[in-house]
Ligand binder design. Structure first.
Ligand SMILES: [Zn+2]
Length: 299
């Protein structure tokens, strides 16, 4: 298990998902266990978690969850009016799933959310799949409306990566889905640490034994299948925030970075800078080498 010398922030967790209530494919397999999941995360060095809301219903629930613990925050896709909300989102373009919504409608409502970000002066929590060109165009056009953003769960090409990196104040969020193949590892290896954040996207996107990234994983948590659930253990196949430590390890591995602690500081600093700019700890951390982050927060 991981030591506590690193501080981590998991920027994408779907705590509203049924799996955290013990429900898998509509079937109750074990009791709701958010307290155990959180205890494991805090013990692993995670000290903040951003819960994502992707709809009005999810956003309400994410906000309710965020209000139970000062270390939990959330994004709101529709109407952020209460404290604890750190970003507008998640929103963006997903051309892998056009069956749910055609691209012209996606584009129209994606643009609308920048008006919201401008009104509430919050950063954007973005989602992009197979839409590199349109996505970068819309984001670039609206840059004046928001103080920066993160494109989470990045699984794109080297070209899409470079397009995102060319956008000022844009960070890239990496999770297990970003680290599946050898090619993925090379693409992620090319993202400067100063422009990266890490996440689990729990309960999805865990790092599996068949993934290329597994070679760099050092911290393992004992797990049981959902049918043989044990409260103190993780559930096989259900991702949870303590495992963001594994994402950190794989990112270090594919970037050839031996100093995992130093890397974690950079990523922590990036995250505070975007989502918690008024935080005192964040400004103390800012004195550490802030590398290539040239972004100016309009706080
Ligand atoms: Zn997403």
């Amino acid at each position: 298990m991981a030591s506590n010398t690193v501080k981590l922030i998991d920027i994408a967790v779907n705590f509203t998902d049924g799996m955290f209530k013990g429900i898998y494919h509509g079937k109750q397999c074990h009791s709701a266990d958010l307290p155990s999941v959180l205890a494991r995360a805090w013990a692993a060095g995670v000290d903040r978690i951003i819960v994502t809301g992707g709809s009005l219903k999810e956003s309400r629930e994410a906000l309710e969850i965020a209000e139970t613990d000062g270390r939990l925050f959330c994004t709101v896709g529709v109407h952020p009016t209460r404290c604890g909300v750190v970003a507008v989102g998640e929103c963006g373009l997903d051309y892998d799933r056009l069956q749910f919504c055609p691209s012209d409608i996606q584009k129209k409502y994606f643009e609308k959310q920048f008006e919201l970000a401008k009104a509430v002066k919050l950063p954007m929590f973005l989602h992009m799949r197979a839409a590199g060109g349109d996505f970068s165009e819309i984001v670039s056009k609206n840059l004046y409306r928001f103080p920066g953003g993160v494109t989470h769960s990045f699984t794109g090409t080297a070209e899409e990566r470079d397009k995102l990196l060319s956008i000022e104040n844009m960070f890239i969020g990496i999770n297990g889905c970003s680290l599946k193949t050898k090619e993925n590892l090379e693409i992620v290896g090319g993202i400067p640490a100063e422009r990266m954040m890490i996440e689990t996207d729990s309960p999805y996107c865990d790092i599996k034994n068949t993934h290329a990234g597994i070679q760099f994983v050092k911290s393992i948590w004992p797990s049981k299948k959902k049918e043989k659930y044990e409260p103190g253990l993780t559930v096989k196949g259900r991702n949870e925030p303590c495992l963001v430590r594994q994402v950190l390890e794989v990112v270090a591995g594919c970037k050839g970075i031996a100093d995992i602690e130093g890397l974690s500081k950079t990523l922590y600093h990036n995250t505070c800078r975007l989502f918690f700019p008024h935080d005192m700890d964040a400004s103390a951390d800012a004195q550490l080498e802030s590398g290539g982050v040239t972004a100016e927060q309009n706080s």
